[in-house]
Each structure stands twice: as C-alpha cells, then as structure tokens.
Design a protein around this ligand. Structure first.
Ligand SMILES: C[S@@+](CC[C@H](N)C(=O)[O-])C[C@H]1O[C@@H](n2cnc3c(N)ncnc32)[C@H](O)[C@@H]1O
Length: 236
C-alpha cells in the first residue's frame, strides 16, 4: 500500500476511535458504575414527616444556619418532594435567589409547583431529574441539599458523579438523613462516608440534628472524578 494511503487509513481509524471514545464519554454510561452493595429504599412519600413537627424541632433552621445560607447562595433541594426545604430556602434567600427544586416524580413536582404558586414563591426553578442524574444546570449550585432521600437513590455512585458538573467552585453537598439501615429509610453515617469517598467527595462537617431527627453531613466534591469502573462499592 502506498505511504499516503497507509497514512489516510491510520487517520480514519484514529478518527473513528476518537469519535467512539467521545460518544462513550457522552453516553449515559449505564453499567459502567458499580451497583450499590446494600438495599435501596423504595420511594413511598413526598415528605419525611409533618412540617410543623419538623419546625418545632428546628430542623430546617438548624440546617440552613449551619450551612451559613444567605442571599446570593445558589441552592438545590434535591429530592424536594412536598418542598419542606424548598419553601424555607426560598423564603430565607428572597425573591432574587436561585433555588432549584428537583425530584424524579412528575406527580410530586406538579403539586410542588402548585404549592410554590400558592405561597408566592414562583421564582423557584422546578427540575424534573432522572433517578441517576439530577439534571441541574452546569456550575450553577453552591449548596446541594439532599434531605431524607439519599437512601432512595437507585445508584448513588452514578448520581454523585453526574451531580459533580452542576456544582460551582467551592460548592458543598449537604445530606440530611437518619442513622438507620437503608431499607428502613436511613443511611448509617459510616456507609454514607464510604459511598461519598468512593466518588471522591470529602466530609467537612457532621452534626446530629437533635431534637430533630437524624444528622447533617456536609461534603466537598473532588476536583477530578474517578473513572466509573474504578469505583469500589461499600457494604451496609
Ligand atoms: C422522603 S421524601 C423527602 C422529601 C423532602 N426532601 C423532605 O425532606 O421532606 C424523598 C423524596 O426523594 C425523591 N427521590 C428519590 N430518589 C430520587 C432521585 N434519585 N433523585 C431525585 N429525587 C429522588 C422522592 O421522589 C421523594 O420526593
């Protein structure tokens, strides 16, 4: 084969390999992430418990104070459900604030949008995510709050991986949950730390929320994500 033809073939093959690699990087990549090595809780409700009881125990106030949220902080309520956190975030941060309310249930989001209109909080951006991808805009979130929902995420490794591009420089991920087995709608703190660390997230704060239920654990995301196939799953 003449030299010019060999060169043309090489360029074509290299080009097609490169475009396949690009396509793989952009594909949903299902199957490349390990499955969680523990049960995933079923979605059963759009709320953790009664809002007035949670307020009497100071849950949202405590979490928002501890996170130092103030006007200008862009916040995402991931797994917003009925909106216990969404409405309190929107009220505290004010009209000009960026608040995302994300969930996987279209039905829950529809009634949350109606609630937000009723309560004059229509500036909140409601986002319909996917079980493994919150679908938030790029570099748009300073604080992501995942309250009483982490144990319901069907693949936490893939979810945390796909959340990373939406986190702005200096962003934090705040997880509120109870110390129970995942099938009982909680997440033991050691398991939570292991799963977050597996994707490169580092814990920077942890407080029990008593007299409210559970704990608040805060993480910072990695600068560089691990290759999905190198992630080691954690046991319950
Ligand atoms: C028990 S409710 C908690 C709602 C609210 N965060 C609270 O504190 O009351 C759990 C919510 O998480 C949502 N959820 C479960 N898996 C999810 C996922 N992978 N991505 C986004 N939302 C999810 C459910 O649809 C449900 O609305």
């Amino acid at each position: 084969m003449p030299r010019w033809r060999r060169l043309a073939v090489t360029v074509l093959v290299a080009g097609s390999l490169a475009s396949r690699a690009l396509a793989a990087a952009e594909s949903p990549a299902l199957g490349r992430f390990p499955a969680p090595d523990r049960p995933v809780a079923t979605i059963i409700s759009p709320a953790y418990s009664k809002e007035d009881l949670r307020d009497r125990r100071g849950e949202a106030e405590r979490v928002m104070d501890r996170l130092g949220l103030r006007p200008g902080t862009r916040v995402a309520d991931i797994g917003a459900g009925e909106g216990y956190y969404t409405v309190r975030l929107a009220r505290r941060l004010g009209e000009g604030a960026t608040v995302y309310a994300e969930d996987v249930s279209g039905e829950y989001l529809k009634s949350l949008a109606a609630r937000l209109r009723r309560e004059g909080l229509a500036h909140v951006k409601v986002i319909h995510g996917e079980p493994r991808d919150p679908k938030l805009p790029l570099a748009a979130v300073d604080v992501a709050i995942l309250a009483h929902m982490y144990h319901e995420i069907e693949n936490p490794y893939e979810f945390l991986y796909r959340l990373r591009p939406s986190l702005a420089a200096g962003a934090r991920v705040a997880i509120v949950d109870v110390d129970k087995r995942t099938e009982k709608h909680g997440t033991p703190p050691a398991l939570l730390r292991c799963e977050l660390a597996a994707v490169g997230y580092r814990e920077v704060d942890f407080i029990p929320l008593a007299p409210a239920d559970g704990y608040l654990a805060v993480f910072v995301p990695p600068d560089t994500l691990p290759a999905p196939e190198t992630i080691m799953p954690c046991a319950n």
